[in-house]
Design a protein around this ligand. Structure first.
Ligand code: NDP
Length: 300
């Protein structure tokens, strides 16, 4: 079987296009410009790249982008004050605090200080509870992107057997919850799972969110299954030249693609969907804040 490659780059561009259309409508019909604020504490190079690219894409879809860059030794009090100001700023509809935070800051406390209505990362405990009880919430961006790709490919995933490998709060657990809300039969696997190969072999849908390069081999994949690879792992690539690196996912792409019905590549699969869904969440938050209809197809 030759797997269909689910092109996340193309899909994400489509989502950003829908977001841009909605932003234009909000501006023209209601005089509202959705605003996204990103707070970055410290100088983590990967976080700086993410924040730059989030800011650029926010502006590209016509939204207002605000960045708060704070020193690595920023106190909790100062960070909470910035978030409080953003919570009370009517021009800001989405707030994201780039993780990881420096060790001296209490991540849970900071996340839960963001107004749930503006929590476009969907990490606030209220949004976790709303998602868990099948109510309207802000949904974490990466799992939302995976869900959109699965719905697009399958139409309905109702009744399908899904295995999520990984149980983190930002990917694995919300992913499993979204699949369950769409009536899939869901198994969550993790580092203590016995006979992971056997668990994965039963799945019609495999979502790998482990953080271990190419951990899932092709012979774990049921013939025709859909494989969503969330993993982003950077490996040395001496074959590309001295000091060069490459990105690989959590599944072994070639062998899994040989058995799967559909698969997301790394790079160019789930990754681009994450920022697209952040923008989608910001438009959704803006519509909800103003009592307007939400854009269709951009939420769970
Ligand atoms: P975490 O490290 O928080 O979680 C990893 C999970 O994998 C844990 O639940 C862990 O189990 C499980 N795990 C580890 N080893 C094994 C194993 N041998 N067998 C089965 N399960 C195992 O990672 P994240 O969820 O934050 O991220 C996962 C991956 O997704 C990473 O590669 C990350 O870079 C990528 N990512 C990609 C994003 C994107 O935009 N595409 C966004 C976010 C993350 P246990 O709980 O038992 O320790």
């Amino acid at each position: 079987m030759t797997a269909k490659i689910i092109d996340g780059k193309e899909f994400a561009a489509r989502v950003r296009g829908q977001v841009a259309e909605h932003v234009t409508r909000l501006k023209n019909d209601h005089g509202i410009t959705p605003g996204l604020a990103v707070v970055l504490v410290g100088e983590d190079p990967a976080s700086q790249v993410y924040v730059r690219s989030k800011g650029k894409m926010t502006v590209e879809v016509g939204m207002k982008s605000v960045e708060h860059k704070m020193d690595a030794d920023t106190s909790e009090t100062d960070l909470l004050k910035v978030i409080d100001d953003l919570n009370n700023d009517p021009d800001i509809h989405g707030i994201l605090c780039q993780l990881p935070l420096p060790k001296h800051l209490d991540e849970d406390l900071i996340i839960n200080s963001i107004s749930p209505a503006k929590d476009v990362d969907g990490f606030h405990i209220s949004n976790v509870g709303l998602l868990g009880t099948g109510q309207k919430s802000m949904v974490p961006c990466t799992p939302l992107g995976c869900l959109m790709m699965l719905r697009d490919h399958h139409g309905s995933i109702s009744g399908m057997d899904a295995v999520v490998i990984g149980r983190s709060n930002i990917v694995g657990k919300p992913m499993a919850q979204l699949l369950l809300n769409d009536s899939a039969t869901v198994t969550i696997a993790h580092s203590r799972t016995k006979d992971l190969a056997d668990v994965v072999r039963r799945a019609d849908i495999v979502v790998a969110a482990v953080g271990r390069p190419e951990m899932v081999p092709g012979d774990w994949i049921k013939e025709g299954a859909t494989v969503i690879d969330v993993g982003i792992n950077r490996l040395d690539a001496p074959e590309k030249g001295e000091g060069k690196t490459k990105l690989v996912g959590d599944v072994h792409y070639e062998s899994c693609a040989a058995r799967a019905g559909a698969i997301t590549p790394v790079p160019g699969g789930v990754g681009p969907m994450t920022i697209a869904c952040l923008l989608a969440n910001t438009v959704t938050a803006c519509c909800r804040a103003n009592g307007l209809d939400e854009p269709e197809g951009l939420t769970a």
